[in-house]
Design a protein around this ligand. Sequence first.
Ligand code: SF4
Length: 64
Amino acid sequence: MYPVIDYDKCTGSLACYLVCPSYVFTTRKRKGIKEAVVSHPEECIGCEHCLRSCPTKAIELVEK
Ligand code: SF4
């Protein structure tokens, strides 16, 4: 599995970035807002912490 972020829903909470135990996410600045980016999808262990932590349900886990 690996996460996909829906940027129509993402508000830049960085919750996924902060909770992920596998360092799948990094951050970038876009339109003045710091937001998470999936940069190492191969490291995902499918723990779902990112799904549960996201306040706007902007993350979906998909099959590799
Ligand atoms: S499912 Fe777990 S390991 Fe995978 S990106 Fe989300 S928090 Fe990280």
